[in-house]
Design a protein around this ligand. Structure first.
Ligand code: NAD
Length: 489
């Protein structure tokens, strides 16, 4: 049994109480994770404050970059054991967790490149006696809170820009998947990060609450459910702490009749069955134009039936289990509700059984056809391998259905008609649009949502704005006295 440790002020901390980390494939405990007390959370924030004021914010960017590259090197060297631990912790298939470790290292290097290039502007003013320039300053201690579906992948969107900009951090991973985040903190300490720059506290909502309400926290970046995000934003507003929110989605994958149908089907499968649908950008609503509706549904159902479910550590496995029991129960509950409200079950519809699937929390790839936009299954995030297929007539109809949900995270358009693509992209109320692809990503490309999917951006240059504020400096070098009773322009 592995005993994960928190990282507070450069020290590994076992904590006084622990909870079990359960492998969703075997349904057995495989590690223990500390349950931080509010006092331990306080110690972590105070250590981060000291590290910020005593050194990190004045550490030259080139030095911060070197440490970030060193952490990227360590992560690459440890990618295989890290990927195996992550797959054991949350059931995500090893192919994907290997990719995610590589992507995390890539993101560290991407933002390391910015660490010595975060600078302001000199601004010419109307008054020639005034000299004006801006500086981009770090906030101080950033609280980084992540969900269980991709602990390292999600942290890799937050930690690199936060550090590059000169903030120190206290990270809180999900109580359902914490082990790899603890390991990353250990790698960071070994890579030479000074004590207090990267702290990790573990535990559930109470730990998260103690962190986001601590007066020493100057910035919050949160990835998780929309209800939790709204709660955190509300409490942060009382202290005017800026928040970045990466929340849920109900993303439309829109297939027009003129699309390359074979590619669109692959995109639809990738959108909903990759990661067993436990991804914020899941293309959980497949909008299909009437003339190709039957063809598309039949092709996806055939592909869904052939998906290899099994051990997440087996490189041949295409879909693993639900990541934890509460999520498993929730997915099954929403499948039952969809049946209850009259959605047509095309395939799946419950627990997956079979060879090597008995102990794990497996859900059969599930497709509901002829879903109408008013149904609960067309509006609520499932965060599981459950697809709602909704027919549409024309472009106007597609855009109306696509936008008619509370969320606005991502969307895809499948079409060969370039004019149509531009028209539709222009009308979609989402933070990411894919055209003739799904679930593609890059370190350079900004990512985030609108509406109930949150605000702020991760990845790309935009992410740096989340971790800096602009300080304007105005210097009077005219040498002349001024009228004290009017504003000087
Ligand atoms: P969750 O909201 O239950 O938990 C997320 C994190 O918040 C966990 O670390 C949890 O312990 C913590 N938390 C819970 N209550 C808290 C509180 N009161 N104060 C502070 N922290 C608190 O979400 P989840 O079930 O872990 O994750 C699933 C959700 O995450 C889905 O809705 C999914 O769409 C979303 N998600 C979004 C993105 C994105 O980038 N937009 C990526 C992955 C997951």
């Amino acid at each position: 049994m592995k005993n994960a440790m928190m990282m507070i002020d450069g020290e590994s901390v076992a904590g006084t109480a622990t909870r079990d980390a359960v492998n969703p494939y075997t349904d057995e405990a495989w590690a223990t994770v500390p349950e931080a007390t509010p006092a331990e959370v306080g110690r972590a924030v105070e250590a981060a404050q000291r590290a910020f004021h005593d050194g990190w914010r004045r550490t030259p960017g080139v030095r911060r970059a070197a440490l970030m590259h060193a952490l990227a090197d360590a992560l690459e060297a440890e990618a295989e054991p890290m990927a195996r631990m992550e797959s054991t912790d949350n059931g995500k298939i090893i192919r994907e967790t290997r990719n995610q470790m590589a992507f995390a290292a890539r993101n560290l290097r991407f933002f390391a490149g910015y660490a010595d290039k975060i600078y302001g502007r000199t601004i010419p003013l109307d008054n020639p006696g005034l000299f004006d320039y801006t500086r981009r300053r770090p906030f101080g201690v950033a609280a980084l809170i992540t969900a269980w579906n991709s602990p390292i992948g999600l942290l890799a969107n937050k930690l690199p820009p936060a550090l590059a900009a000169g903030n120190t951090v206290v990270v809180k991973p999900s109580e359902h998947a914490s082990v790899t985040t603890c390991e990353l903190a250990r790698l960071a300490a070994e890579a030479g990060f000074p004590p207090g720059v990267i702290n990790v506290v573990t535990g559930g909502p109470q730990t998260g609450d103690a962190l986001v309400t601590h007066p020493g926290v100057a910035k919050i970046s949160f990835t998780g459910g929309s209800a939790t995000g709204a709660h955190i934003a509300e409490s942060a507003s009382r202290r005017m702490v800026p928040v970045t929110l990466e929340l849920g989605g109900k993303s439309p994958n829109i297939v027009f009749a003129d699309a390359d149908i074979d590619r669109a089907v692959v995109g639809a499968v990738s959108g909903i069955f990759a990661a067993a649908g436990q991804t914020c950008v899941a293309g959980s609503r497949l909008l299909v134009q009437r003339p190709v509706y039957d063809e598309v549904v039949a092709a996806i159902a055939a592909r869904a039936a052939a998906i290899r479910l099994g051990d997440p550590l087996d490189p041949e496995t295409e879909m693993g289990p639900a990541a934890n029991r509460p999520q498993y129960d929730r997915i099954l509950g929403l499948i039952d509700a969809a049946r209850g409200e009259g959605a047509e079950l095309v395939c799946g519809g419950g627990r997956a059984t079979g060879d090597r699937l008995d102990t794990g929390l497996f859900i059969a790839p599930t497709i509901f056809g002829d879903v109408t936009p008013d149904m609960r299954i067309a509006n609520e995030e499932v965060f599981g391998p459950v697809l709602s297929v909704i027919p549409f007539e024309d472009e106007k109809d597609a855009v109306r259905i696509a936008n008619d949900v509370d969320y606005g995270l991502a969307a895809a358009v499948w079409s060969r008609d370039i004019e149509r693509v531009h028209r539709v992209v222009d009308q979609l109320e989402v933070g990411t649009v894919w055209v003739n692809t799904y679930r593609s990503t890059a370190a350079q490309a900004p990512f985030g949502g609108v509406k109930r999917s949150g605000y702020g951006r991760e990845r790309g240059a935009d992410a740096l704005d989340e971790y800096t504020y602009t300080q304007n400096v105005m210097i009077d070098y005219s040498g002349s006295a001024r009228d004290p009773f009017t504003i000087r322009t």
